[in-house]
Design a protein around this ligand. Structure first.
Ligand SMILES: [Ca+2]
Length: 341
C-alpha cells in the first residue's frame, strides 16, 4: 500500500539576510524532519515551531486560488489526501518567507473490513480487458479497453456472447461507462474524448471533451444526479449529465492510513460509491457526503489466479445485482456474485 506520511518544506523564496530568518528556516526544516511520519486529520493544528511563531508577525496558508490565516487543517480549505500549500511567513522585521509544504490528511475513523460470501459464479469472456462494468435489468453492459480492441458490449448475465456490440476504432482506448436514462456514457483513457451511445441501439449520439482538470479518463458511474468519474487520483469528479465536459464538483477520497491515489472502476449503489484501486485486489465503500472510505472488501483470493497468469489482469469491475455485488477483472474468465455479511 502506498503510504504517504510525508510533510516536506522546500524553501523557494527567502531573504536569508539575518540570523532570525535563518533561525526560522532551520526551525521549519527541523519541524519537517519530525513531522515526516505524521498523518494529519481535520481539526489538527499545524503546530509550527516556537522560533517561527515568535518571530512571525503573521502566517498564512496559500492554496494558490485561496488563502487563510487559520493554521488549522480546516475542511473548507484542505481535502483528504495530499494538499500542496505555501506557508507565507511575514517576519517582525518586515521580511516575507514563503515555504512550500505538503500536508497529507487522513480520516479519523478506520475503514471497516467487510466480510462476504461468494454466492454464485458466472462466465466472463477472458479476451475482454474490462474498464467499465454495470448491470441494468438482466443485462451486463461492459466497456473494454486497449488500443485495437476497445468495444462496448452488452450480454445477459450467464452468457458470454454479446447481444449487442460496438467495436471502436484503433487508437481509441475505452474506459469506464455509465447508463443515464436511455444513454450510455463512455470515457476514453488518453483520447480526451467521451462518447454517448443510445442504450438500446448502441448508435453513437454524440461526443464530449473530458474536462481539463481530469488527468485521464478512468472509471465512471451515475449517482442518479451526476456522472461520477475517476482519473487515476484520489478524486471523484462529478460531471453534468447535460454537458459531461463540465465539472459540477470534485470530492477527494480519504482513508485512515492510505491515500488511495488510483481510484478506478466505480459503481454507485444505495447512497454509497464503490471503487476498486488499480493494481490492488480491494474495493472501497465511500461515503459521498464527505469522501471518507467507510469500508473495504479484500478480494485477494479470487484475484490471485488471474494475477498469476498476468500481473495486468487486475480486478476492475463492480456492478450490482439487487443487493449483491458482481466483481470481475481484466481478462478474467469469471464474474463473481458477492453477498456482503
Ligand atoms: Ca461499474
Amino acid at each position: 500500500m502506498k503510504k504517504l506520511f510525508m510533510i516536506s518544506f522546500v524553501s523557494i523564496l527567502s531573504l536569508i539576510s539575518c540570523n532570525k530568518e535563518q533561525k526560522i528556516l532551520s526551525a521549519l526544516e527541523e519541524y519537517n524532519v519530525a513531522a515526516e511520519q505524521k498523518a494529519f486529520h481535520f481539526g489538527d493544528k499545524l503546530d509550527l515551531p516556537k522560533d517561527v511563531l515568535e518571530n512571525a508577525e503573521s502566517i498564512s496558508i496559500s492554496f494558490g486560488d485561496k488563502q487563510t490565516d487559520n493554521l488549522t487543517v480546516d475542511p473548507r480549505y484542505f481535502t483528504f489526501g495530499e494538499n500542496r500549500i505555501t506557508l507565507e511567513v511575514k517576519t517582525k522585521d518586515g521580511e516575507t518567507l514563503n515555504q512550500d509544504a505538503t500536508i497529507n490528511v487522513f480520516t479519523r475513523n478506520p475503514e471497516k473490513n467487510i466480510s462476504y460470501d461468494i454466492v454464485a459464479e458466472y462466465p466472463h469472456d477472458a479476451n475482454n480487458f474490462v474498464e467499465g462494468f454495470l448491470m441494468d435489468g438482466d443485462m451486463i453492459y461492459e466497456s473494454d479497453g486497449l488500443d485495437g480492441s476497445s468495444q462496448l458490449i452488452k450480454y445477459k448475465l450467464g452468457q458470454t456472447l454479446p447481444a449487442m456490440i460496438e467495436k471502436q476504432p484503433a487508437g481509441i482506448f475505452s474506459e469506464g461507462c455509465a447508463i443515464v436514462g436511455d444513454k450510455i456514457f463512455q470515457l476514453t483513457y488518453k483520447n480526451r474524448l467521451g462518447f454517448i451511445y443510445d442504450k438500446n441501439t448502441f448508435k453513437k449520439i454524440s461526443e464530449f471533451l473530458i474536462p481539463n482538470l481530469m488527468v485521464e479518463g478512468w472509471g465512471l458511474t451515475f449517482d442518479g444526479r451526476n456522472l461520477v468519474a475517476t482519473d487515476g487520483s484520489n478524486k471523484l469528479y462529478y460531471l453534468d449529465i447535460n454537458d459531461a465536459s463540465q465539472i459540477v464538483k470534485i470530492l477527494s477520497v480519504g482513508g485512515s492510513h492510505d491515500i488511495f491515489n488510483q481510484l478506478n472502476e466505480l459503481e454507485f449503489h444505495q447512497g454509497f460509491i464503490y471503487s476498486n484501486i488499480w493494481h490492488q485486489p480491494i474495493i472501497l465503500k465511500i461515503n459521498p457526503a464527505n469522501g471518507e472510505v467507510v469500508g473495504k472488501f479484500d478480494f485477494s483470493k479470487i484475484a490471485k489466479p488471474f494475477l498469476d497468469a498476468d500481473t495486468e489482469n487486475v480486478l476492475n469491475g463492480i456492478a450490482f445485482k439487487g443487493n449483491n455485488m458482481l466483481v470481475t477483472g481484466k481478462k478474467w474468465s469469471k464474474i463473481y456474485e458477492i453477498a456482503a455479511k
